[in-house]
Design a protein around this ligand. Structure first.
Ligand code: 6R9
Length: 662
């Protein structure tokens, strides 16, 4: 087993120092929770002792064309098989739309606000259903068949959500692509998924910036060359900008949907048919397309949305995540819509054109559940306190965070200033691979402890393993693994099941390995200590250091480079690159930024670049990233035994270089 690094973030220490442990006033939600703590504990016990019965029961949250008779036949050994509800049939878009149209057609499904003042659209379930059906008919007319991939490259507009559901309706596998990817990053994913149709925006907006979505997509498709399977590009008008259209291939979204009927029969899907692929970063270079199935994923989305956020029918549920992130898939779209909730979608930034935009969205729309990231909380904390204090925010009852650990300071600020002291606060730990929340203090059911991810949800069999692969009992620290499958678990990596097996099931044989380290307290509360692999988390963006290094390697002036993550006040982690150029005197570090922006995207451009003569390596040639992390964060104590390095002198030299280049 690889010698993984386990580190403690100090959150727990910080917390203990302050004497702030359980915060019971952040436990009971105003109006009371649907599930009592006792009922919740009962679910945890039932899911543990009788998982088959429990998960078949939970599957009844959905409407099945053919209900499943078996819950799981998953197996973490040998070839690895993740299979939930294998003999069940259902359609995800029918679950998110048709059944609510039957019972509550005029209920608001989606409130959308654009970033320009006054842009607002309210769609009832019936409206949303009709718009999804029109697009589904367009997709069918364009020849999209069950099992084909369709890429969605859109900002936070209603059409992004409509497109996901339209794909699900016709049985197409959607692949939502982040607006911040470079043409190269898009091309890589288009080729890997073999997407046949792409939906993109004319031009997207992000505050004062304009993002040329269509022309970037054109360049990406051109880069795919003969490997491109893209037959059509549907262009959604976001800003109404004039963009070049390739006759025969490119189509105007508005014109196409206008030609179609507002009804469209939904495809009959097996529970194991893929619903979507979503690319994420790991410790090796190539991004992996994680495959989520239909039945298990949707059950998990509906179950966790209801239980973690104490769902009530009159909620206005706002998850601020971009739809290109797994959080957007599960808690903007599938969880809340499967449960018939009203979702809030806002296109704009928290502080553009001035601070407080998101607080105004909450007040204007009566948002009751606000689910965001610690980065957003940290940024808001730095603003003048009058910004948050001048807003009422009284509609809120639950606040949530996801993506990275939240420090006790930020937790308390969120609770006191945004929640005005009366909201439940739920930190939620999970991953693209897990499909939905795994460890949390479910609102009204588990008492939160600021900084801790808290307890595994019912059916989540979390374990800690030491670096020898032995299970840690009771209180302790180790690699966070799952001993059993759960319905939301990704089924595979697109086109490469063996990579899936190797990535997640060989580090701790017989277990799913999360890539995170964690500490557990005696009473079973978990504290996430961060990634133990080479993944850096910048403002919740998961960035593989190998991806960065691969992009930099395309510059011929570079001999080699190493990217590491270091603590960052605002972003959680910042990305630092050490680069060894061919000729140190003539090399300009901006070349690194150019290579990263082109190969990955601007969002991954490093915080700091150090131009160095060499990297610290073991005698077998492995870069010792641990040393680079310490040097870059000026943490020079306990550098450890340097005698195993091929060239121990390099360490002193690097320390001096970092100092000189500050
Ligand atoms: C949903 C999502 C997953 C990685 C995960 C972990 C980190 C997410 C966290 C958290 C501490 C939390 N992470 N939530 N760390 N506390 N509440 O973020 O998915 O983009 O795949 O990232 O993010 O390191 O392994 P994804």
């Amino acid at each position: 087993m690889k010698p993984f690094r386990l580190r403690t973030l100090g959150l727990e220490r910080q917390n203990k120092k302050k004497g702030r442990e359980n915060v019971s006033d952040a436990f009971v939600t105003p109006g009371g929770a649907t599930l009592s703590a006792g009922q919740y504990d009962g679910m945890v016990r039932e899911a543990h002792t009788n998982p088959e019965v429990f998960w078949l029961q939970q599957a009844r949250r959905l409407t099945w064309q053919t209900p499943p008779t078996q819950a799981s036949r998953s197996d973490f050994t040998q070839d690895v098989r993740i299979e939930w509800y294998a003999d069940g049939f259902l359609n995800a878009s029918e679950n998110c739309l048709d059944r609510h149209v039957r019972t509550q057609p005029e209920k608001t499904a989606l409130i959308w606000e654009g970033q320009e003042a006054g842009q607002r659209e309210v769609l009832s379930y019936r409206h949303l259903y009709e718009r999804v059906c029109r697009l589904a008919n367009v997709l069918r007319r364009l020849g999209v068949k069950k099992g084909d991939c369709v890429a969605i490259h859109l900002p936070m507009v209603a059409e992004g959500i409509i497109a996901m559901l339209a794909c699900a309706r016709v049985g197409a596998v959607h692949v939502v692509l982040f607006g911040g990817f470079s043409a190269e990053g898009l091309a890589e994913r288009l080729t890997d998924s073999a997407a046949v149709v792409v939906l993109t925006a004319d031009v997207a907006r992000r505050g004062g910036k304009r993002i040329p979505s269509k022309t970037t997509m054109d360049e990406a498709i051109a880069r795919c060359g003969a490997a491109s399977a893209v037959r059509h590009v549907l262009v959604v008008p976001v800003t109404g900008a004039d963009v070049p259209m390739q006759p025969g291939r490119d189509l105007r979204y508005a014109e196409e949907v206008a030609k179609e009927a507002a009804d469209c029969p939904a495809e009959r899907m097996n529970a194991l048919d893929p619903l979507f692929l979503l690319y994420t970063s790991g410790s090796t270079g190539r991004p992996k397309g994680l495959v989520h199935g239909t039945g298990g994923y949707l059950t998990w989305a509906a179950f966790t949305h209801a239980v973690v956020f104490d769902y009530k029918p009159d909620d206005i549920f706002w998850c601020t995540a971009d739809v290109s992130w797994i959080t957007g898939h599960t808690y903007v779209v599938y969880g809340p819509l499967a449960n018939g909730a009203t979702i809030m979608v806002y296109e704009g930034l928290p502080s553009w054109p001035e601070p407080g935009q998101w607080w105004d969205v909450i007040d204007r729309n009566g948002v009751t559940v606000f689910y965001t990231s610690p980065t957003v909380v940290r940024a808001a904390m730095r603003e003048d306190e009058a910004v948050v204090r001048s807003r009422s925010l009284k509609s809120l009852r639950i606040l949530g965070t996801v993506g990275e650990p939240i420090s006790p300071e930020a937790w308390h600020w969120f609770h006191d200033e945004v929640g005005k002291g009366h909201c439940a606060v739920v930190d939620t730990w999970w991953q693209t691979e897990t499909g939905g929340v795994m460890i949390t203090a479910a609102a009204g059911c588990v008492v939160p402890r600021p900084g801790a991810a808290a307890r595994p949800l019912p059916g989540v069999e979390a374990v800690l393993l030491d670096t020898q692969g032995k299970e840690v009992a009771g209180a302790g620290e180790g690699l966070l693994c799952m001993a059993q499958s759960w319905p939301g678990q990704a089924m595979s990596i697109w086109g490469d099941h063996d990579r899936f097996r190797q990535t997640y099931f060989t580090t701790c044989p017989g277990h799913y390995f999360t890539g995170d380290g964690a500490r557990r307290e005696e009473d079973g509360y978990y504290w996430i200590t961060g990634r133990v692999d080479d993944v850096v988390n910048v403002s919740g963006h998961r960035i593989g250091t190998a991806e960065i290094e691969d992009a930099i390697a395309t510059d011929h002036e570079v001999v080699e480079s190493a990217a590491v993550g270091i603590p960052h006040d605002l972003k959680g982690q910042g990305l630092v690159v050490f680069v060894v150029p061919r000729e140190q005197d003539v090399f300009h570090p901006s070349a690194v930024n150019t290579a990263v922006a082109a190969g990955v995207g601007r969002y991954a451009v490093p915080e700091k670049i150090y131009v160095v003569r060499d990297l610290p390596k073991t005698r077998s040639g492995k870069i010792v990233r641990r040393l680079l992390r310490k040097i870059a964060s000026h943490d020079l104590e306990g550098l450890g035994d340097l005698s195993t390095l091929a060239d121990p002198d390099i360490v002193g030299e690097l320390i001096a270089t970092v100092k000189a280049q500050e």
